[in-house]
Design a protein around this ligand. Structure first.
Ligand code: F6P
Length: 321
């Protein structure tokens, strides 16, 4: 009987529970044992480890957050943190590990696999900023949450003829802004992947106003600047009745969308299969319709080369103005 551990690390993302459930169910189906590790790498180093039963993951599929809790734990970059973790894994007789998280979590997974401990990664982050996969768990739900908010903001923007600057998450990546922007018909999308020109933005708002447009929605990725800073720059050019809404952590919660549930279930299942095949130091992904896996080292080396969907940016320029 093999013992497989699972943890979630870094920022949570809707669908993480669906992945944990799929992993637990598949491992038990295979006749093996599954161990849940609480609070990410911190809990791993401190031995917060418990065997999960079939029932422990019941009724979790539709819930946001992570039933295993999560933590950011920079100490795991150090050898000492990694050694503590391996000692705990050995203490519980665990022979392989699945890590669900973003790039920080992948660094930890890579370190463990390099230290000889079989580890597989699953991309779980709302930012969608992991190379080697078209989508990460939580991204779709976060976009739907942001879209819902922007639809509401448009109502009040129109009533008052206001300009709304909506700051969305995504740390260094513009994916949430791009998808939310195109999906909501926002007049402007500001992302780290493209330069923006305030003069051009202002003249486009003016053209819209002259045409009788009653609202302007600007979706701003947090990686560019804060909403308040953008507002200041806009106000310096004229009175656009600007208001700022920072969507913040609301984007991280909520029941996962159909797409995230399915993605998480398939990723969870595939991660267990990869461990069954003796793989380590790899991470799951989706490319087109194909479920793929990549070397963690390659994915991390391409860290800043995450390909955003910049075609959406170009399309939006021609249809939302
Ligand atoms: O990586 C996910 C994310 O939500 C980013 O979009 C955001 O910049 C960051 O986490 C916020 O981190 P925290 O939850 O630690 O404040």
């Amino acid at each position: 009987v093999k013992r497989i551990g699972v943890l979630t690390s870094g920022g949570d993302a809707p669908g993480m529970n669906a992945a944990i459930r799929a992993i637990a169910r598949k491992v038990i189906f295979d006749g093996n044992e599954i161990y849940g590790i609480r609070n990410g790498y911190k809990g791993l180093a401190e031995g917060e480890i418990k065997q999960l039963s079939i029932n422990d993951v019941s009724d979790t599929l539709s819930k946001g957050g992570t039933m295993l809790y999560t933590a950011r734990y920079p100490e795991f970059k150090e050898k000492a943190g990694q050694e503590k973790a391996i000692a705990q894994l050995e203490r519980f007789g665990i022979d392989s590990l699945i890590v669900i998280g973003g790039d920080g979590s992948y660094h930890g997974a890579e370190a463990l696999s390099k230290a000889g401990f079989p580890t597989v990664g699953i991309p779980g982050t709302i930012d969608n900023d992991i190379p080697g996969t078209d989508f990460t768990i939580g991204f779709d739900t976060a976009c739907n949450t942001a879209l819902d908010a922007v639809d509401k903001l448009r109502d009040t923007a129109t009533s008052h003829m206001r300009t709304f600057i909506v700051e969305v998450m995504g740390r260094d990546a513009g994916d949430i802004a791009l998808w939310t922007g195109l999906g909501s018909g926002a007049e402007q999308i500001i992302v780290p992947e493209a330069e923006f020109d305030m003069d051009k933005i202002v003249s486009e708002i003016d053209t819209g106003r002259d045409r009788g447009k009653k609202h302007t929605i600007i979706i701003l990725a947090e990686g560019v600047m804060r909403g308040a800073e953008f507002e200041e720059k806009l106000n310096a050019r004229g009175d656009y009745h600007a208001r700022v809404t920072v969507l913040g952590h609301v984007q991280r919660g909520g029941s996962p969308s159909a797409r995230d549930r399915v993605l998480a279930s398939v990723f969870g299942y595939t991660a267990v299969e990869l461990l069954n095949q003796g793989k380590s130091g790899v991470c799951v992904g989706i490319q087109g319709k194909d479920i793929v896996y990549n070397e963690l080292t390659d994915v991390l080396a391409g860290g800043s080369n995450h390909q955003s969907y910049m075609s959406l940016y170009d399309i939006n320029k021609e249809i939302s103005y």
